[in-house]
Write a protein that binds this ligand. Structure first.
Ligand code: DGT
Ligand code: MG
Ligand code: MG
Ligand code: MG
Length: 258
């Protein structure tokens, strides 16, 4: 008979509680997606269906975990913003991160066939996750701006890189060619050598994906729910979230009382 006291064993457990009244951001990122995208022959540099699959999983996550008020995704990553006063999992970091990551991963597998009916899922996708607290709306917006700037920088670089490859350069030649070039120079390279106006590339590739609850048009009667309140739905948009105008147009997203 085991005489070990449960309280003693439990005393080794230790929970990290996230700072109260702060915006919790859970960022997940695909593990080894360099290889995953190769073995599933994702289009380079952007695979529209792969990104739509990520977005669809994010929508499912937001519908499941109602404390998430906004999500932003690019490449193999997604950031989920929980409302400031969220009590989800008692604000325990490991609980919050692990349920979001595992739900997202399961969704990715469940939805795979719907987005890639002709492609077999060859390996189980997995994601890492972390939680970070941002104390003010301004810093939260700086965080999101950082991710969107990253999206732009990477997309511009990757677009140039893969155009150079398609034009016959080796990977190392393309790398050397782009080394130290500025945004302006990359933009000119695309126009002059390949006739591509960067601004005309799909919004999803240039801006990433913003996912949020949006009120339906309140002037439309049928959008009223049974309680008279207008129903909400999760929408995916590819817009500039760095500029003030987005947040002015959607004041309810980071609103306290929702
Ligand atoms: P990690 O996150 O440290 O486990 O390693 P990776 O390989 O996931 O690296 P990460 O997250 O820095 O970069 C994302 C990789 O996923 C990158 O190699 C490009 C690939 N990827 C993401 N989206 C697409 C896409 O739409 N098309 C293609 N071809 N590749 C993509
Ligand atoms: Mg990573
Ligand atoms: Mg990754
Ligand atoms: Mg990544």
């Amino acid at each position: 008979i085991n005489k070990v006291k449960p309280e003693y064993v439990k005393s080794f457990e230790f929970v990290r509680k996230l700072l109260p009244s702060t915006w919790i951001v859970v960022r997940i990122d695909g593990r080894h997606f360099h290889g995953f995208s190769e073995e599933h022959e994702f289009e380079k540099p952007n695979d529209g269906q792969a990104l739509n699959l990520m977005n669809s999983c994010a929508v499912a996550v937001m519908e499941e975990f109602k404390d998430i008020v906004f999500s932003y995704g690019v490449s193999d990553e997604f950031s989920f913003v929980l409302k400031r006063d969220s009590q989800f999992h008692d604000r325990h970091a490991s609980g919050i991160v692990s349920v979001i990551v595992s739900f997202f991963s399961s969704m990715y597998v469940m939805k795979w066939k719907g987005f890639f009916p002709e492609k077999e899922l060859k390996n189980p996708p997995s994601f890492d996750g972390r939680a970070v607290c941002y104390p003010t709306k301004e810093i939260l917006r700086d965080y999101l701006a950082w991710r969107q700037v990253d999206c732009h920088i990477n997309n511009q670089y990757n677009t140039c890189f893969w155009m150079l490859i398609k034009s016959g350069k080796s990977k190392s030649e393309a790398q050397d060619y782009l080394k130290g070039t500025r945004a302006q120079e990359k933009s000119e390279l695309l126009v002059q050598q390949f006739g591509i106006d960067y601004q005309t590339l799909p919004d999803m590739f240039r801006q990433g994906s913003s996912v949020f609850w949006d009120k339906e048009d309140p002037t439309e009667r049928y959008s009223d729910g049974p309680d008279g309140k207008s129903r909400k739905k999760v929408v995916v948009e590819h817009c500039n979230i760095i500029e003030q105008s987005f947040w002015e147009a959607h004041p309810n997203i980071l609103d306290e009382e929702r």
